[in-house]
Design a protein around this ligand. Structure first.
Ligand SMILES: [Zn+2]
Ligand SMILES: [Zn+2]
Length: 307
């Protein structure tokens, strides 16, 4: 089993976090060690695309839309605060770990910025990514999963926020630009819920994912926030299973000790929705379906590492 969504640099550094763009000896290894101890067999690194200076010329300015000068300014600030990584150094750090024999894959978390994707993928094509995951973090100028902009939920209304969010995720799913949809219902991150579960929006997304041939990520990150459940929600994940959409497993770790976070819970969650297989990416591209382990019956499932 793989943890296919892992970051090497956090948004909020801890005292032991390396400075942005620096990959000290043992840093990649610490993530891999922790993930393996929790039952993962490989780690796919997927740093945030919007943090790389290499993409500034094609990404910057996407926040100049909509009618909120305030959101525009906050997103501009957030973008430039985090614009401090370099694709060369990142790929070297991950591929260097592979050369040392560690089971790692090179990926990237690509922000869906409509109208800019062609140019973005042109830049990325120069790098040997094994796979790309795609995320909707911005609805126009609103960073929907940023804890400094949650006031927009009140302004827009929860149901409309969900409609706007799922509309973009469906476009991304159908686009064929990425292999995996990351945290497919991250709009629930801070606990905002529609009065009625938005099954109509789920349906449109699942249909779009089917047409686009994209996998869904099942992520334990939601357990760390007010959402209090993995992404995607149980109903949405069951609909995916019925539609034959494959899954990956992910932690969205931003620190080594979050690698393969709550994997036992996560695998049980995927199995409860009916899944018995997950996607494995190959070095250099391509995917296959492999068995999902069973933490309750497999003798070789590791005992959980101490927190
Ligand atoms: Zn994300
Ligand atoms: Zn992420």
């Amino acid at each position: 089993m793989g943890d296919y969504h892992v970051h090497l640099h956090p948004h909020a550094p801890r005292p032991d976090s390396p400075p942005p763009g620096v990959y000290p000896r043992g840093h990649v290894d610490a993530y891999v060690e922790r993930a393996l101890s929790r039952g993962a067999a490989e780690v796919g690194f997927t740093e945030h695309m919007h943090r790389f200076v290499d993409l500034e010329s094609v990404a910057a300015g996407f926040w100049n839309v909509g009618d909120s000068a305030d959101l525009t300014e906050r997103s501009r600030q957030y973008y430039y605060d985090e614009l401090n990584l370099h694709l060369d150094r990142y790929t070297e750090a991950v591929l260097g770990a592979r050369d040392r024999g560690l089971p790692v894959l090179l990926g990237l978390e690509v922000d869906f910025l409509p109208g800019r994707m062609e140019k973005i993928l042109d830049v990325l094509a120069a790098y040997p990514f094994d796979y790309l995951i795609g995320s909707v973090h911005w609805i126009g100028s609103w960073a929907v999963d940023h804890d400094g902009m949650t006031d927009e939920f009140e302004r827009r209304g929860v149901r409309r926020s969900y409609e706007d969010y799922f509309g973009l995720v469906a476009d991304l799913a159908e686009s064929g630009l990425v292999q995996v949809l990351a945290h497919p219902d991250v709009v629930k991150k801070f606990g905002h819920r529609c009065d009625e579960e938005p099954v109509d929006l789920y349906r449109r997304l699942v249909d779009a994912a089917q047409r686009g041939g994209v996998a869904f990520e099942v992520s334990s990150a939601g357990l760390r926030y007010e959402a209090l459940e993995p992404y995607p929600a149980p109903t949405l994940l069951r609909m995916c299973h019925e539609a034959g959409i494959p899954i990956t497993l992910a932690s969205d770790a931003h620190y080594p000790d979050q690698a393969a976070d709550q994997y036992r819970t996560l695998v049980r969650y995927a199995r409860a929705a009916g899944y018995r297989r997950r996607v494995r990416f190959r070095e250099g591209g391509g995917r296959e379906l492999v068995a999902l382990p069973d933490p309750d019956h497999d003798a070789d499932w590791p005992t959980p590492a101490p927190a």
